[in-house]
Ligand binder design. Structure first.
Ligand SMILES: NC(=O)c1ccc[n+]([C@@H]2O[C@H](COP(=O)([O-])OP(=O)(O)OC[C@H]3O[C@@H](n4cnc5c(N)ncnc54)[C@H](O)[C@@H]3O)[C@@H](O)[C@H]2O)c1
Length: 278
């Protein structure tokens, strides 16, 4: 099976390449040259002909390039449109021209916030997926990850796991499952972390978060206080039922798994240093 991965040197795609390379014939593509043992085609997704060339002979395209939330202050609306929307249109033009039957398209949970150009670009991108599914029969799996941007250090990573974050490794696993999936025709999936919280935990948290954490990790309060972790004011639950049922997505990382790892590091005596690492 031949898989084209666009934006191949990016945060998500580079991890997906490592996970797929033993099972698929990979062709990588990016706007700038990439040193790789795989086939590589330099392609700017804003240029349709580049993508048509890159997609030749492919069975699946995993499409990742986009300006995203962190670029909202530094990139113009035109930049967002050209890369995120025109780039996606060109992707489908290339898929049609080369009769590529399946696309895995990386959307975002920002698709729900259409009052900024990023969210709008993801909404339009998903509409293009639906359109090309209806009109050209291309199977489209759209993944909507939460925030997995690189973190400053492990403390930052942990704190994000109580807000809108999801572990990059879980997002990579979701993309790998989407590439392998043979049953979904055209559907979008929330790719979120899975927390263990019960409804009682969610209610109790704003009054006594330590009581909640101690139910899962003995000594949680001491760890949080000792290493100066800031806790969110509230917690909630997330729904990954569809991704679990249809893709087999089972995220492994959340604040509790992090705290357990921190407890192990604490016992070894190198937790403070470990928390400062990326
Ligand atoms: N990072 C997050 O937290 C997050 C969250 C939700 C959704 N997403 C989505 O996931 C996808 C991947 O995100 P990421 O963080 O891995 O992105 P990234 O910024 O790390 O990588 C993007 C890649 O696209 C390439 N690229 C840029 N312009 C290009 C062009 N004109 N032509 C071809 N390639 C080009 C870049 O060189 C880079 O390799 C994006 O679609 C993003 O919107 C990201």
């Amino acid at each position: 099976m031949n898989v084209l991965i666009t934006g191949a040197s990016g945060n998500l795609a580079s991890g997906v390449v490592e996970s797929l390379e033993d099972r698929y014939e990979l062709r990588l593509s990016d706007v700038a040259p990439v040193v790789t043992k795989h086939q590589f085609v330099q392609a700017d997704v804003r240029r349709r002909d580049d993508l048509i060339r890159a997609a030749e002979g492919m069975d699946i395209i995993l499409h990742t390039p986009a300006w995203h939330g962190i670029h909202l202050g530094s990139r113009t609306q035109s930049d967002f449109w050209e890369l995120n929307v025109d780039g996606t249109f060109n992707l489908f033009q290339a898929a049609v021209a080369n009769r590529v039957p399946k696309v895995v398209w990386i959307s975002s949970m920002a698709v729900h916030s259409r009052d900024n150009i990023y969210g709008l670009s993801k909404f339009v991108g998903e509409e293009l997926c639906q359109f090309y599914h209806r009109t050209a029969g291309i199977r489209c799996i759209m993944l909507r990850p939460a925030d997995f941007t690189p973190y400053r250090n492990r403390k930052h990573y942990a704190e994000r796991l109580l807000h809108g974050g999801v572990d990059r490794r879980d997002v990579i696993a979701a993309a790998v499952l989407a590439v392998a999936n043979e049953t979904v025709d055209c559907e979008a999936f929330a790719i979120l972390r899975q927390d263990p919280w019960t409804p009682d935990d969610v209610q109790e948290w704003p009054h006594d978060p330590f009581a909640v954490l101690e139910r899962y990790v003995c000594g949680a309060r001491r760890l949080v206080e000792r290493y100066g972790l800031s806790l969110a004011g509230r917690i909630g639950t997330s729904d990954i039922t569809a991704a679990n049922a249809k893709l087999g997505y089972e995220p492994h990382h959340n604040f509790i798994t992090f705290l357990r790892e921190l407890a192990e590091r604490d016992a070894l005596g190198d937790a403070a240093e470990w928390l400062q690492q990326r």
